[in-house]
Design a protein around this ligand. Sequence first.
Ligand code: GDP
Ligand code: MG
Length: 440
Amino acid sequence: LTDRLSGILDRLTRRGALTEADVAEAMREVRRALLEADVALDVARTFIDRVKERAVGVDVVKSVTPGQMVVKIVHDELVAMLGADAQTISLAAAAPVPILMVGLQGSGKTTSTAKIAYRFTNRDRRKVLMASLDTRRPAAMEQLATLGTQTGVATLPIVPGQSAVQIARRAMEAGRLGGYDVVLLDTAGRTTLDEALMAEVAEVKRAVDPHEVLLVADALTGQDAVVTARAFDEALGVTGIVLTRLDGDGRGGAALSMRAVTGKPIKLVGVGEKFDALDEFDPQRIANRILGMGDVVALVEKAAASIDAEQAQKAAERMRKGQFDLNDLKEQLGQMQKLGGMSGVMSLMPGVANLKKQLAGANLDESMFKRQAAIIDSMTKAERRNPDLLKASRKKRIAAGSGTKVEDVNKLLKMHRQMADMMKMMGKGAKSGRGPLAGL
Ligand code: GDP
Ligand code: MG
């Protein structure tokens, strides 16, 4: 795709904003790439519309071609649509936490159940019980029992003649009595959607009130996966998706379609037949895969780096003039989050090695960046430009608006003050030749 896009757009050597014509032509290629990756038609259409809306009029940054610029926008939008923040299975409920696995036959439910059980047991040190509700095929129960032996996870003893609901109730009871943390319920699946199956699973759902209903879907089924996802979600209220066979040749289009159609997060992906072949969902990787892999990654990163560098330069300029306000801080936080540490502007400033070390030790995790960004987002424009406006009542409003505490707002303001002071100092130092590095 990149090559094709470059062919079209790199002929345009002029600089300036992307025009409607540039974007329209590029989008034809993007559309083709999406369909080749097995993205559902209407999902592709929606996606293209969104990208168009975003791309027209965007300035082409120096040192990047219009083609690269478009690729970056497509890539970013793809990641956003896939769900930028990673989500995992939630166990935040009273033990034993029931998790219901649903999906078509052959989608990988039983395998995924064992993989998840294996992970909870060995990585998270949880006590897990697995139960097969597949009353239609006796072999299915045996299959889970065998997997249980292989993974060292307990399975509910098989009692012939019980219905799915009876087994589910028995599993929960065994879970309570045995002090289990999690009970994974593996259900039967038909090769196609059928009402009787849905009704049965819905009844199980009512009986055990699962904390998660995970839809297991085969990435290789492409378009069909979407129909399945919609039906399961309507009937059962899916809370998350496990996408299997991402180790296959499928190009990941199913991920985008599933996510777009159900709005439900993809929580895990299956990447093989072994117990540990289970990964967290990585939107970046899937986006690269859909776009046609290989050099797209490097290209986009290069483009992004130039954009960051340019923004950094501008911000550094403002800092030197002592104009570091909360808008600048937010941009910095975004950069830090992206780069996983102190970088960007700070590395352009002299004498920051110490501060870097301090910040690195200060436990800068993702959630903190997000919280801080949320705090700044809850401020008015005027407040961001002039933090001195922030008295108690305003702080309270901001804390409420961002779902944080006044204490968090104060911490952020303190951090801003420190950074601003330091920058002013360094700015002066640099001018008068008495900077932290002067004399070296
Ligand atoms: P179920 O009918 O939904 O319970 O499907 P199974 O769990 O029995 O899986 C059907 C087949 O798909 C088995 O042969 C699995 O080994 C295979 N399978 C499941 N997940 C994956 C995966 O992520 N990658 C690959 N390559 N095979 C998988
Ligand atoms: Mg099965």
